[in-house]
Design a protein around this ligand. Structure first.
Ligand SMILES: Nc1nc2c(ncn2[C@@H]2O[C@H](COP(=O)(O)OP(=O)(O)OP(=O)(O)O)[C@@H](O)[C@H]2O)c(=O)[nH]1
Length: 306
């Protein structure tokens, strides 16, 4: 039996929400929380991957809160959901196609295996649902398999894929793709990049070259630099944001693999620490498994009150 969207989402945040619920159980009693209870809640939030900054902020808000009647575990979790939503709401921004002239050029970066290629296909599918014309570019020329994989997704979506040979120059592929997309009036051009972190200098040089070439055709491009993060990496996701922000000028995030054994709480830590837009979240390997990020639902799932 296939699981619903929110059931899968609950899976991805289970580690976070169960830990939080276990640690909040048995708390409460008065209309105001005691200092000791606030300490316990803050600790529970930290061990649930929300990070020290978000945990401290939520603690401060809870300290001011006067509960309606005696605060039990459920009431505390409800209030935690409200405070998490406050942190997440400002970063929830779907990727919008607004570029004029077309195309909107979206560079997609991320470490190998983060789900980058699959996410590109899923993003393309989301755009198609809104009646946008999509084109893909295989700028990850580092691995032949990556080019092949993108072509397969292109066929499934029924969209053109601009690709070159393995080891080819990504900047020239991107140039061809932008030129072609401009000529035929494609709305969104989504570019796969090698995005390897092993060699920062190489990555920076490659992206700088891609930007330079793009600028010749369209000074506004790339319009977006989207970093794909694997939620199963937990706190590592934060250090990836740090590095890619510096090397690639990330403008927004997509978090994938929020289905299996993810530690989704890290999304709250990322929102609090970096404030980068979260465009969408992925909860599976299929085409329609990427959805715009719903901050209120995610907050309630994390707090265990969804
Ligand atoms: N469970 C789950 N698996 C996913 C999700 N997104 C991607 N995957 C899987 O993760 C694996 C890696 O995905 P890719 O899209 O190939 O990742 P990539 O970052 O392009 O990897 P490279 O091509 O090696 O650089 C694949 O097996 C995908 O099916 C998701 O949201 N949930």
């Amino acid at each position: 039996m296939s699981l619903s969207w929110s059931e899968r989402l609950a899976g991805g945040f289970r580690k976070t929400s169960e830990r939080l619920s276990d640690n909040l159980a048995g708390l409460g009693g008065a209309t105001k929380l005691t200092l000791e209870q606030l300490d316990e809640i803050e600790d529970a939030l930290i061990v649930s991957d929300l990070g020290p900054r978000a945990a401290a902020r939520i603690r401060d808000k809870l300290a001011e809160h006067r509960f309606d009647g005696a605060a039990d575990g459920q009431a505390i979790r409800e209030q935690v959901a409200v405070e998490i939503a406050e942190i997440l709401r400002p970063v929830a921004k779907p990727l919008e196609v607004t570029a004029f002239p077309r195309p909107q050029v979206i560079l997609v970066i991320g470490v190998n295996g983060s789900g980058k290629t699959t996410t590109i296909a899923k993003m393309g599918h989301l755009f198609q649902e809104d009646d946008y014309e999509v084109m893909l570019a295989a700028g990850d020329t580092f691995r032949a398999a990556a080019i092949g994989q993108l072509k397969v997704w292109g066929e499934r979506l029924g969209v053109p894929v601009v690709a070159g040979a393995e080891g080819g120059d990504p900047a020239s592929i991107v140039f061809d793709a932008v030129k072609h997309a401009t000529e035929i009036g494609t709305d969104a051009l989504i570019v796969d990049t090698a995005g390897r972190l092993q060699n920062k200098r190489e990555l920076m040089d490659e992206l700088a070259k891609v930007r330079k070439v793009l600028g010749k055709l369209n000074p506004e491009a790339p319009h977006d630099v989207v970093l794909v993060l694997d939620a199963t990496n937990g706190q590592n996701a934060l250090s990836q944001i740090e590095v890619f922000k510096e090397t690639a000028g990330v403008t927004g995030l997509v978090m994938t693999k929020l289905d299996g054994t993810a530690r989704g709480g890290v999304l709250v830590a990322a929102a609090e620490q970096y404030g980068l837009p979260v465009h969408a979240i992925g909860v599976g390997e299929k085409m329609d498994d990427l959805r715009p990020f719903d901050p209120d639902l995610v907050a309630r799932v994390i707090a265990g009150v969804a």
